[in-house]
Design a protein around this ligand. Structure first.
Ligand code: SF4
Length: 461
């Protein structure tokens, strides 16, 4: 899945303008929207697409929900804490709706599934519409005061005056797996791959407008294409879009150990714009827990994959996701996970504590006191993993000290330029000239487990 367990619970509200011909400073409240997003990269991508579409029909963004007549909350249900944040926001929205009853409120995203809409309708009277994840067109159709009609597909960029350096492009929606802890298949449905030609056209248009890096998104991105005529593969898609003129970097998220193929590994190794980074969620380091989780692979299969990847791409940055505290997990199991982490030495681990999601198999197991793991114990296991990983990441990053790395510069951040290496490590450096969107050589002068600092050596290449 797309960073589910590793989800950073991005809480995002950015305001940008897209069509300079519209005087957005004087747009009335009746044509202002407010989009609030919690969740993974797929949600961020959905919201970017929605905002671009709302601007295309004549709406302008609003900084505050009370200044907008159309409010969309893009929700996440991957953990209970994400849902609690949404309920908190809905409390604020309820107050606005009482004072301004003409406000239209939409609850969107992974909290909205076919099985819970009627429950929510009773519980959340401030919400006018409930819309399933990714259904951008449905939401645009609910906006009460459009000025224009959308005549061609809208690209997921909210501000063409300042186009982002890197853009997420969803290539597949839904998931066919049945991982015990995961609610995504219930909410996002079966896998649907976008056709190759449609993706290639979108990538070309984005790059033509100044985007430098494309990140292809899917819940199991490696399975892209199996439901399309001719069953094209992700490796074929990468080859197809790799030579898009102007494209500097290509990445994909998130892989699944049961779906990753030799063809994909060798394609990443061969294509120079494919960046040396793979996120390969292992989730646990013991076969018993992997079986509880219904992940569909063994630790031995995972090790074998890592060996293949590192043989083909020796400089690969390997990241993973791990859940601690799944029902049935014991300290002995966790010891095996810690041993695997020490053995593989990941560049980064997204660690999540198990959170029971209603309707999932693991939620039922959590009700069994012989299987459930106490909250304090989950915290303990997470800390154990974090400590081990911090030491490993410190060591891996320290090896870059004094080396020169290519950095794609994304933005200015607190007086420095911020960018990423091919292995997706954050780098900060100072330079007198705007370097945004360029790949520059940076000599690393300081490292930490989380980021690097350096000196830009040269003019932009
Ligand atoms: S069911 Fe499994 S593979 Fe699918 S999105 Fe959830 S965690 Fe990922």
């Amino acid at each position: 899945m797309v960073r589910m367990t590793e989800i950073h619970l991005i809480e995002q509200h950015q305001v940008r303008t897209v069509f300079p011909s519209i005087d957005r400073n004087h747009t009335p409240r009746s044509q202002r929207y407010f989009v609030w997003t919690v969740g993974c990269q797929m949600n961020v991508s959905d919201s970017e697409r929605l905002e671009a579409a709302l601007q295309a029909v004549g709406y302008s963004p609003s900084n505050r929900p009370e200044d907008a007549s159309f409010i969309v909350l893009n929700s996440c249900s991957v953990r209970a804490s994400a849902e609690e944040r949404i309920f908190g926001k809905l409390g604020q929205i309820q107050y606005i709706k009482q004072r301004q009853p003409d406000t239209t409120v939409v609850l969107w995203g992974c909290m909205v599934g076919p099985e819970n809409q009627s429950l929510f309708q009773a519980q959340l009277p401030m919400v006018d519409h409930f819309v399933s994840p990714s259904a951008v067109d449905q939401i645009v159709a609910l906006a009460p005061n459009p000025v224009y009609q959308i005549e061609e597909p809208v690209l997921p960029v909210r501000d063409w005056q300042h186009p982002p350096v890197s853009v997420f492009v969803p290539i597949q929606y839904g998931c066919n797996m049945t991982c015990s802890y995961c609610v995504i298949p219930l909410r996002r449905g079966r896998e649907r791959s976008r056709p190759m030609a449609e993706i290639a056209t979108e990538v070309q248009k984005l790059v033509d407008h100044g985007v430098k890096e494309i990140v292809l998104l899917g819940q199991i991105v490696d399975s892209w294409g199996h439901d399309l005529p001719g069953r094209p593969t992700l490796a074929q898609l990468l080859r197809h879009i790799h030579d898009t003129p102007g494209l500097l970097r290509l990445r994909f998220l998130t892989s699944h150990p049961a779906w990753m193929t030799d063809e994909l590994i060798h394609t990443v190794a061969q294509l120079p714009r494919c960046q040396p980074e793979i996120n390969l969620p292992v989730q646990a380091g013991h076969d018993t827990v992997l079986q509880y989780m219904r992940r569909g692979y063994t630790v031995a299969r995972y090790r074998e994959l890592v060996h293949k990847i590192r043989t083909a791409i020796p400089h690969i940055a390997l990241t993973t996701d791990i859940i601690v505290g799944h029902p049935g997990e014991t300290r002995e199991h966790v010891a095996q996970t810690l041993a695997l982490v020490e053995e593989i030495r990941f560049d980064k681990i997204h660690i999540a504590m198990f959170s029971a999601r209603p309707g999932t198999r693991a939620a039922a197991q959590e009700d069994d006191p012989t299987l459930a793991v106490a909250e304090a114990e989950k915290h303990y296991r997470r800390r154990q993993l974090e400590q081990v990983q911090e030491r490993i990441a410190t060591d891996i990053n320290a090896r870059l000290l004094g080396q020169t790395v290519d950095v794609l510069v994304e933005t200015e951040s607190r007086g420095k330029w911020r960018g990423r290496t091919g292995g997706n490590k954050l780098v900060f450096f100072t330079y007198p000239i705007d370097q945004t969107g360029r790949v520059v050589p940076v000599r690393i002068s300081h490292t930490s487990p989380w980021s690097l600092q350096g000196v830009c050596l040269d003019q932009a290449r």
